[in-house]
Design a protein around this ligand. Sequence first.
Ligand SMILES: Nc1ncnc2c1ncn2[C@@H]1O[C@H](COP(=O)(O)OP(=O)(O)O)[C@@H](O)[C@H]1O
Ligand SMILES: [Mg+2]
Length: 362
Amino acid sequence: MAYFKNIEISNFRNFKEFNLDFSKKCNVFYGSNGCGKTNLLEAISLFSKGRGLRKDKIFNFIKKNEEFFSNDANFIDENVEYELNAFSEVKNNKFQKKNKLNGEISSEVNNKIQSLITFLIYIPENERLFIASPTTRRNLFDHFIFSYSPRYNSLLNVYKKNIIERNIILNNNVTDQNWLEKIEENIAKSGIEIYEQRIKQSDIFEKNLELINEYLAIPFKVNIQINDSFFNSRITLDEYKYTLEKNREIDQIIGGTKTGPHKSDTIFYIDQNYPASQLSTGQQKTLVLLLYFAQCNYLVNYCKKKPILLLDEINSHLDDFNIQLLLKIVEHFEIQVFMTGTKRDLFSFLSTNTNFYNISSK
Ligand SMILES: Nc1ncnc2c1ncn2[C@@H]1O[C@H](COP(=O)(O)OP(=O)(O)O)[C@@H](O)[C@H]1O
Ligand SMILES: [Mg+2]
């Protein structure tokens, strides 16, 4: 099992100094709006690489009128205890977030932290997954892919960097053809890889949804399709490069790159061809919870990872079936879970292995 034993917060968001010991199974933060529940999940999420649950600016993490934040935690994996530290630092007038493991800081340490901690995060926006903008769906896919493939973030960054670079070149009418060709080749290469990873993630969803049927009768047969005519033409590297070249003029006019995985969408269908967006709000919630269950199944049973679940405001639209489903996610796997909600009794279905924390009374 891998779990956070405790957290010690200092000058982070609305918290001056704040400590908590955790259950290695299930932890619920409850209290009125604005008491700091999401901030706590965010503090936990920052012990690994990146800008955490809300992807906010580092400056915003620091408590108002303070200079830096510094949060500590003890993390246990395979009975070995690690000291984690996440803190802010100013370099060249820019705020950065840094991570330490056992007091050390380096790129190897960052890799070690990434192999040690896997987060699976549910944000309230995910409830509207099937009716929200394509960005929400792309973000969920990217987050899930990242959970088993840490280098996926570098791939996304390479892709984004080259897209930005191409836009700048097109805007400035630069005529260095070789440079532009090189950038477009980088876009095509990384773009195809991103598409491939997203296809793989769709397969993981479909396959693991069938597998978990063994533990809980699933009301839907889910089928996922990439909605992207550019990609669906099974584009090769040369065709991709050719398309970018052909689109230079139009892309210059619209001020962006009109094709590629940053524009792609995914559509979820149930029972062959019924779009998930047509289901009731509660049924959509069921499907979202199923996706998290399926992903946990893949991470735990196939990747041998032990994800930490951060579920923010998970408890709306919980009918009996969704409660059973959430319980399965929490209890079926040997994983640590953190949940938030406004009232304690919203979580009365949880069993004895749960710690409840009233955050308002801190
Ligand atoms: N840098 C900061 N300094 C002080 N307070 C902050 C900072 N960032 C956010 N807050 C405050 O933290 C409070 C709690 O936020 P949040 O954790 O989102 O609440 P909730 O318990 O509803 O999830 C908000 O009132 C917000 O204004
Ligand atoms: Mg909140």
